[in-house]
Design a protein around this ligand. Structure first.
Ligand SMILES: Cc1cc2nc3c(=O)[nH]c(=O)nc-3n(C[C@H](O)[C@H](O)[C@H](O)COP(=O)(O)OP(=O)(O)OC[C@H]3O[C@@H](n4cnc5c(N)ncnc54)[C@H](O)[C@@H]3O)c2cc1C
Length: 272
């Protein structure tokens, strides 16, 4: 009788820990991910701000499990699960399983405003990190050009140098701190017409404190750290509109050319 087949979907932390736990067990593991690499997400925001390159946080799944003889890796996307028949559907194939472990992570929750995703990307993947890095650096470039060639247009310069982060969970505060460090330290000497230190970094949170799911003492510490870096934090403030020109927060328009999203998550589509 052949060993049972365990299909693990998702090569993130969850999927990889499950794979490793099955080392030496008499099962055949099929590890499936739509990407062929594991992404170390805690360092993603450093790729988004240009402090690290993509290959420093992405490792091929095949090389991670190459020594574990009972594992094979397939790169594909799970599009449906038939639990009655015990099979998963991939883009073009089907695969039967004896046991299924689903570890497909999360996606950002735009609370019914999926059109905001286009304007205000969240940070989940390397593509998002690339997009955000491009948006942030382009905003500084456009501000420099406007200041050089159209310096009377101070409103547009301020819009370009205003960076809004929606959601003060871990991703929001890490992004805000990194943007502050970037503008206050890393870019200070690179421009002739703008002072990157004048960039405004605004962080909005609907809950009464930053890091609302953490102990209060840590929220207070994080708030002090953000304020020392010059980040302006608005708690108890709900963002109700997002478009190319900025946001609406508690009914008030805030002009900004760069809006980034970190407010709440949902299970991935496969998980749901
Ligand atoms: C910017 C950022 C910073 C973070 N910082 C920290 C931190 O400092 N400390 C901390 O503890 N946590 C941090 N986290 C959270 C942490 O990264 C997550 O909790 C963790 O990655 C969750 O692991 P997971 O295995 O559940 O999902 P993931 O790591 O998201 O892995 C899910 C995998 O499933 C794959 N997948 C999804 N759908 C399908 C499908 N249909 N078919 C095939 N494959 C699919 C994806 O490609 C992905 O590889 C951070 C997250 C982010 C985004």
């Amino acid at each position: 009788m052949s060993a049972p087949r365990v299909v693990i979907v998702g090569g993130g932390f969850g999927g990889l820990f499950a794979t490793r736990a099955l080392a030496g067990v008499a099962v055949n593991v099929v590890l499936i991910d739509k990407r062929n690499y594991h992404l170390f997400r805690p360092m993603l925001y450093q790729v988004a701000t240009g402090l690290l390159s993509a290959d420093e946080i992405a490792v091929p799944l095949r090389s991670i499990v190459s020594r574990q003889r009972n594992v094979e890796v397939l790169q594909d996307e799970v599009t449906a699960i038939d639990s009655a028949q015990r099979r998963i559907r991939l883009k073009q194939h089907q695969l039967p399983y004896d046991f299924l472990i689903l570890a497909t992570g999360i996606q950002y929750n735009y609370f019914g405003h999926d059109d905001w995703r286009r304007v205000a990307p969240g940070l989940e993947s390397l593509d998002d990190a690339d997009l955000i890095r491009g948006k942030v650096l382009t905003a500084f470039e456009r501000a420099e050009e406007t200041a050089a060639l159209d310096h009377a247009n101070s409103e547009e310069i301020q819009r370009l140098l205003t960076f809004v982060l929606v959601g003060a969970g871990t991703v929001g505060i890490e992004m805000a701190s990194t943007l502050a460090e970037m503008s206050r330290l890393a870019l200070t000497h690179d421009f002739r017409h703008i002072d990157p230190r004048s960039a405004r970094i605004l962080l909005y949170e609907a809950a009464p404190r930053v890091l609302p799911t953490f102990p209060e003492v840590l929220s207070a510490k994080a708030l002090r750290h953000l304020e020392n870096l010059g980040v302006k934090v608005y708690t108890n403030t709900r963002v109700t509109g997002v478009d190319e020109g900025g946001i609406v927060a508690d009914g008030k328009r805030v002009p900004a050319r760069t809006v980034l999203w970190g407010a709440g998550v949902l299970a991935s589509p496969a998980g749901r």
